[in-house]
Ligand binder design. Sequence first.
Ligand SMILES: [Ca+2]
Ligand SMILES: [Ca+2]
Length: 232
Amino acid sequence: MTGSKWTWVSSVLVITFVNFQAQAQEAFPTGTQIVWSDPPDGHIDVGQAKDAGGRPDGIAIVYVRFDRPVELTVESVVVASTAAPAPQIESLSGGGSEWVVLLDGPLAAGETGAVAFGGGAATLVFASRPGDVNHDGTTDETDVAVLKDAVARDAQDLEAFDFDRNGEVSEDDAKALQEFVQQNTDHHWSGDPTKLEKLTCCCAGTECSQSFGSHCAAGPEVACPCSGGNCS
Ligand SMILES: [Ca+2]
Ligand SMILES: [Ca+2]
């Protein structure tokens, strides 16, 4: 009995060790999910597309926490955008289940972007829609009215109402948005983040492109991230 008991224990140890080895070799385990991120998935950035000095501003750092430790490299993280070119990864830092992706610039005004991890297995989508305070896809007088109401209520929700990106919600935000609407009459933003399904990698000849959508318009779909070699 004792012998068979130890045989059983050692078998369990061997199996456990083998499983550990298998997990250690899998950089992004199947089923890994994002449990928290900043910006959150589907976030709509309504701040104006520049800072107080007139420089491009917006989301350029993505913080993400997974439900388990993963191994990431710059090559395994893909940034895509409805505009070309998409912001590129300036640096990737972190480890275990928590990572930080620093982009070389924010999304252009009105565009939608995504950061895909593990070949698209886990994806974060976010959008820049300057002034679209009520998230209806258009920036117009209605948004100005909503923002004025927020100022009157002293609502200090910076994500929702700090249009001029100065760190507070005030009359200046309503004035700046009013000017923005008057100076720009066509504000129907493209790239509805709620309609973006996933990052898709499609071949055209030997070239591969990465974009949003549920399928490839032409040519075969391949695993993401992709390069020319995926399409040979
Ligand atoms: Ca709106
Ligand atoms: Ca402000």
